[in-house]
Design a protein around this ligand. Sequence first.
Ligand SMILES: NC(=O)c1ccc[n+]([C@@H]2O[C@H](COP(=O)([O-])OP(=O)(O)OC[C@H]3O[C@@H](n4cnc5c(N)ncnc54)[C@H](OP(=O)(O)O)[C@@H]3O)[C@@H](O)[C@H]2O)c1
Length: 278
Amino acid sequence: MTSTTTSTTTSTTAVIGATGKTGRRIADLLDERGQTTRRLARGTSPAFDWEQPEGWARALEGVEGLYAAYVPDLAVPGADDDIARLIEVARGAGVRRVVLLSGRGEDGARACEELVLNAPGIAGTVVRASWFTQNFTEGMLRGAVATGVLAMPAGDVREPFIDVDDIAAVAVEALTGDGYAGRVLEVTGPESLTFAEVASLLSTATGREIVYVPVTFDEFFAAVAEEDGPEVATMLTELCREVLDGRNEAATATVGEVLGRPAREVRTVLAEASFAGA
Ligand SMILES: NC(=O)c1ccc[n+]([C@@H]2O[C@H](COP(=O)([O-])OP(=O)(O)OC[C@H]3O[C@@H](n4cnc5c(N)ncnc54)[C@H](OP(=O)(O)O)[C@@H]3O)[C@@H](O)[C@H]2O)c1
């Protein structure tokens, strides 16, 4: 889009994962700011598929800024190869700025983060997020909320759940503002809650009783494997084992520092969420 208004720019920002929880919001915010935005996912035109690298150059042609949400997770084997290849293709396409979404406390994601932070000729930023509040409303736990039973291998651990709107706003600052090159923005919500406390907030928000049932990792694996198969179950179980061990309990001040306003509380996000059909 070309415009004569003062605040617009002709440079294009591509969003990989544009139909997902973070990407959709980021693309919407960029549009609102008058930026030229290219939404990328498997069904877009051009398409972007992590499993079809031969199409990446076309998808990134003419792009200067890039947001990437990797699937299924930066900690899976081979993710670093994909990210290294993405950076190569991006550099070839003329991309100058990359913002990568990562997960807090995931040691396996660090190699991918380093690739982005140290990419020659590219200003790289990592947005390293805690658990999304929207996992309960749009993501993998929406089904559990519908059944009224939140069975997680989380014991009494606390997690500073973050609003995905806040992640999107921080990512857009990193894509459009100055001073974010080479930085890891570790973003969380403002308060750390147990899953039992979230279940209570979900009960209030939905008007139905939602209970938290702490389960073992083996029980969690078996339940996920039955629904989604052993590969997904292995990934999610190992992810939970790693990040729900207490390492991520402390909240950070990053959202407030970047946005100049506090991160939004879980109760606020849940109160505004639609649970239709859940
Ligand atoms: N959930 C959390 O609590 C949490 C916390 C920290 C970090 N993360 C990270 O967040 C990332 C996921 O981001 P998200 O939650 O915004 O996305 P999401 O809601 O999980 O949606 C996945 C996105 O990726 C696209 N996609 C799926 N398979 C693809 C493929 N083979 N090639 C290209 N695109 C594909 C989907 O679009 P199509 O299906 O239309 O192609 C969709 O846009 C993961 O890396 C995860 O580790 C999640």
